[in-house]
Design a protein around this ligand. Structure first.
Ligand SMILES: *[C@@H]1O[C@H](CO)[C@@H](O)[C@H](O)[C@H]1NC(C)=O
Length: 332
């Protein structure tokens, strides 16, 4: 297990346990009264996302405070170590199910590499626990294993293809869909417990939206109970979440940068660029720059318009598209 030093901004602890328990009770009552999904208890949340180690262990106030500090730092909240309203609200935001453990250190190394001019984060410690895992080839295949409700095959394919393109356009990677047979990266929709361990079971609408494995396992799983969309009025945008999870399958960890796609929290497809400087540096440190032309980055606005236009066309000749799609091998 990785261990990190807590940021020293947070001094050693006052006993905040009583206040903390009270807030938890208030929060749970508030949530159930509104009928929204029950949020995880802060301690369970901090264990699940890698801020507290040793599960089922009674953590003392200092441990909890330093875990809260790290959580606040990665979530860009004021680092106070206190479980205040904003911190608890942040814990209930829809997010990626991948742990945040090690993200802070890897980010620090990435930024350091920019200034020292090293292409890849260099590790002085002998521990290999923080070794960045990556693919050793540049051509990767992917496969959509099964499909969500409410979206046509064509829309899912488009969202996935565009999400892979986002990364290949700014790196030395090339992706190709392979409808059947072995594939490097497999994308699948599952509900609840799906054999990734009880702690990684999906939790219904909201909360954890998806998770993925670092190289070279090549799997991204999406919560089938979410309402997946491409136009983003209701539900969660499949393109944005897929693009984030692909980042993990390539070896990227969570980013503390506000507009980074690799931030742990769900972001709508907005007007701004989907990939931030931090996402691009992270992928290029692993796989280099795209060959030939300069990196191509489309603003969110353009992608949004393209996806909507495609969905609109789908609605109008849906039958043909469905028939055409089901003629392809491996997609029933
Ligand atoms: C990737 O770049 C190509 C041009 O080389 C462009 O047509 C495409 O829209 C870009 N895709 C994304 C997702 O940025």
């Amino acid at each position: 297990m990785r261990s990190r030093r807590p940021p020293d901004r947070c001094g050693a602890g006052r006993d905040m346990r009583a206040a903390w328990i009270l807030t938890v009770i208030t929060l749970i009552t508030a949530q159930t009264a509104e009928g929204s999904p029950l949020v995880l208890e802060p301690e369970v949340f901090l264990e699940k996302y890698g801020y507290l180690h040793q599960d089922n262990h009674i953590h003392n106030a200092a441990e909890i405070q330093s875990a809260v500090c790290e959580f606040q730092w990665l979530s860009r909240l004021p680092v106070t170590g206190e479980l205040d309203g904003a911190t608890l609200r942040q814990m209930s935001e829809p997010r990626c199910g991948v742990s945040d453990e090690g993200s802070q250190e890897i980010w620090a190394q990435r930024v350091n590499a920019i200034f020292t001019g090293r292409r890849r984060p260099h590790r002085r410690r002998r521990s290999s626990a923080l070794q960045v895992e990556k693919w050793y080839k540049r051509h990767l295949t992917y496969q959509i294993v099964n499909w969500p409700r409410h979206l046509s095959l064509g829309s899912v394919r488009l969202a996935v293809r565009t999400a892979f393109q986002l990364w290949s356009n700014v790196s030395g990677l090339v992706f190709q869909e392979t409808p059947e047979g072995p594939a490097d990266i497999r994308l699948a929709f599952y509900e609840g417990d799906h054999n990734d361990g009880a702690g990684n079971a999906f939790d219904g609408p909201g909360g954890t939206l998806a998770h993925a494995f670092l190289p070279r396992r090549g799997e991204a799983h999406f919560d089938r109970a979410e309402r997946w969309t491409l136009n983003g009025h209701k539900g969660h945008n499949l393109f944005m979440v897929t693009a984030h999870e692909i980042g993990h399958t390539l070896g990227l960890e969570h980013s503390p940068v506000r507009h980074a796609l690799m931030s742990p929290y769900y972001r709508k497809l907005g007007r701004s660029l989907v990939l931030s400087w931090d996402d691009i540096i992270a992928v290029q440190q692993l796989y280099g720059k795209p060959s030939g032309d300069r990196p191509v980055r489309l603003p969110g606005q353009v992608l949004h318009a393209a996806l909507q236009e495609w969905e609109f066309r789908e609605l109008h000749n849906g039958h043909e598209t469905y028939r055409a799609a089901s003629l392809l091998p491996g997609c029933i």
